[in-house]
Each structure stands twice: as structure tokens, then as C-alpha cells.
Design a protein around this ligand. Sequence first.
Ligand SMILES: Cc1cc2nc3c(=O)[nH]c(=O)nc-3n(C[C@H](O)[C@H](O)[C@H](O)COP(=O)(O)O)c2cc1C
Ligand code: SF4
Length: 435
Amino acid sequence: MSEYEKVLLKNVGKPNSRQLATYVEGGGYSGAKRALEQTPDDVIDVVKRANLRGRGGAGFPAGVKWSFLPKDREVTYLCVNADESEPPTFSNRVLMEEDPHQLLEGILIAGYATQATVAYLYMRAEFTEQYHIMQVALDEAYNAGYFGKNIQGSGYNLECYIHRGAGAYVCGEETGLIESLEGKRGWPRIKPPFPAIQGAFGKPTVVNNVETLANLPHIINRGADWFLGIGPEGSSGPKLFCISGAVKKPGCYEGAMDFSVRELIESDRFGGGMRNGLKVKAVMPGGISMGILTADELDMKMDFSDPAKYGLLGLGTASAIVIDDRTDIRKVLRNVARFFAHESCGQCTQCREGTSWMYKMTNRVERGLGRLQDIELLGEIPAKMGMMPGLSICGLSDGAAFAIRTIVEKFRSELEDYVRSENDDAVRIALEIAN
Ligand SMILES: Cc1cc2nc3c(=O)[nH]c(=O)nc-3n(C[C@H](O)[C@H](O)[C@H](O)COP(=O)(O)O)c2cc1C
Ligand code: SF4
């Protein structure tokens, strides 16, 4: 793990960190001013060279996404994804609560690079306080000429509105978000067309995560080489990590993507070790939808490429839940299944039916009424749902599949032992009743 100087969280803890004056005093909005002096293509070019990969979960390079916008477009929208519903992720919340102008500066830079005329900051319904913080900061930024007409005398115009969601995990999926923004039910759209071609209100649209955009002022000020110099190749730049569960210091931390899950748990810079002498049983390192690691797999690096080597879907939101050795894995399995069954929007048959079957089976197993066939099916159903086998509209079902499948595969013998011992009990009780 390298030495690391905070970038994204550097203003956290500063008095009045939310205020424009504090932000500007620390060099804030200088990145946006520099960007406005360049051509939009130059800004896209530096973001492409930095290989800024999206922080919302999929890790798609931001500059490449922006260059998918049609050249002859008349209108472009920028949607800022602040839905942040992946359990147990709260890094976007910290960025908005502690340093709202950093995000607004990022929005301005992305807006200018893509020549957006309107930016929508889509916030999950539960972000009540954060909504007020962002609105106060946005009003300040408008008054200081960072939004509106002829921004800082550049001739560029950008309006920014905050849109509050109604509270659904699937509204974090970019096309679910767009539908919800348009006032419809938050149902993901079939792709193609992708949002870059036909997004919000049928117009070319870019959707980016809060943390992705918060990186932009620093890339513009410090350059692509500085960004590439942080962390390993393919996983460069400042990154936020959340950790929760059985550790001494749950929280949101910043670093390069150059350390392992074990270090995230043990290091004093991050989790500070396990609480009350507990031992690690399992870790979900990327939010629940990326899958699970056993205690023997903690060498996995928290970067974009290592998770696949451990059978996970990806780095996801880089937010780890640490599960201790007292925890019954059946309860973890059931909770995960319940979440996805509840959040599936129901458009795709295999997602709607698959998530609710899995919930029913995990419920049965948790209540001591499971059968060995349930464990078998819980291993099989996930392989038949999701975008990966080409059967669903959005990635929610892949998340459900990876989460359930990895728990069942990696903790199979424990689950089977539970089922066998309960079946034995059931036979014993039946014999006692019969006799
Ligand atoms: C079910 C589901 C939920 C998602 N939730 C979020 C979310 O809360 N925030 C987010 O930024 N991306 C979320 N995503 C990913 C978005 O679809 C999209 O890839 C992302 O906002 C793009 O931003 P980025 O390229 O800057 O990462 C979700 C995806 C799926 C399939
Ligand atoms: S995969 Fe699931 S959540 Fe996504 S659109 Fe289909 S039914 Fe809805």
C-alpha cells in the first residue's frame, strides 16, 4: 500500500467546508476555469488520457463514454447519478455532505466537455439533508456565475437542477434513472439505443456517478499523468472505499487502488481491524451485488481487475461489508435474496421470478425447513438469469445472480450441513411423534 495524500476528501473536516468561499480559498473552481479556456475536445482528451473509469460500478471510462455522443447533436443532457442505493455504499453521500462544490465543479467540467445545456443531479429520496446541502451550494454557485448563462464570461451556458427520486434501487441503473427523471415509473430501458444516442427526453445524454465527476477538477488541474501515477495500471486515480460491519472503524476512506481487502480491514488507515476479537468469516467487497469472498480470499486487491479472479462480478462500489465468524451464513443469504426480490422491477420474467424463487428458498433454508435440492437450485438459477446470458434488460439480475451464486458456491458445505442436521432433527421429531 503506497503513501497517499487525500484528494477527494481533502476538505473533509475543514471548518465551513460546504461554503463556496472555503472551496475557492482552497483553489476550488480553478479546474473549471481552466477547462473553459480549452476546447471541449481538449477536455475530453485529457479525461480519456487519464483513463478515468466510472466509479458508479461498471468502471467504464468516462472520456470514452462522452465521445459516443453524436457529433451533430443539438441538445445534450448530463445526468449525475446520486442514487447510491447499493448496500452498504455511502461515498457519494460523504462527497455531497462535506464538499458539495467539488461535485458542482465536476458537473460544470463534464457539462462543458459534452456541451450539455442542462445537468440533472438525480438524488435518492432518502438524501433529505444532502439535498438541502446541495441546493444551498448550487444557489451559491449560480450567484457566483458558475452556472447559468455565459459562465465566467466563456459564452457557455449550463443550467443545473436537482431532481429527487422516489426511492428505488433500480433507479440507480442509468436508464431507470432517466425514466424516473422523465416522471415515469423507474423501469430500465432496453438498450440499444444507449443514452448517449437517445437518453433523457429522447436526446443524447451522459450519465455519470458523483465520484467520477468529483475527480474531474483534479484531473484538469494536475493533468492526466498525475492521475495515471496513482495506483496500478487500469485502476488509476483517487478512489473512495467504504467499510462497514464487524470492524473497529467503519467509514468512508480514500486511497489508491493498490491494497488488498485484508489491508482494508486491518490497516489503521482504514477499518482498524476486527472488533472485540471477532474473526472474519466473509467479505462482500464491492457492495452486495458483486459477490462474496471467504476468509481465505482476503488477498484480493481492491482494483478493477482483481475481483474477477475471485469469481466476483467486479469492483462495484468498492464498499465492503465485513461479516464476522458468529454470523449464520443462511441469514446473509436470505437477506441478500430478500433485497433483490424486493428491488426487481419485474419487467423481465427470469429476474422477477428468479429473485422471488431464490428468496422463498433462502427463507426456507434459514427457517430450518430447507432441502438439499434448494441448495442445488440456488446454485443453478443464477446461471440462467441476467444480462450476461442475454436474458434481461438491466444488470440488477446479474447482481442478484453473482451475490447468491458466490455465497452458495463458497459456503456450500456449511449450508448443506445446516440442511442435513435440520433434516435429521425433523426425522427424529417425526419418529418421536410416531412412537
Ligand atoms: C441495478 C443497478 C443499480 C445501479 N445503481 C447505481 C447507483 O446508485 N449509482 C451509480 O452511479 N450507478 C449505479 N448503477 C450503474 C449505472 O447504471 C451507470 O453505469 C453509472 O451511473 C454510470 O456512471 P459512471 O460511468 O460514472 O460510473 C447501477 C446499475 C444497476 C444495474
Ligand atoms: S433485470 Fe430485473 S430489475 Fe432489471 S429490468 Fe429486468 S426485471 Fe427489472
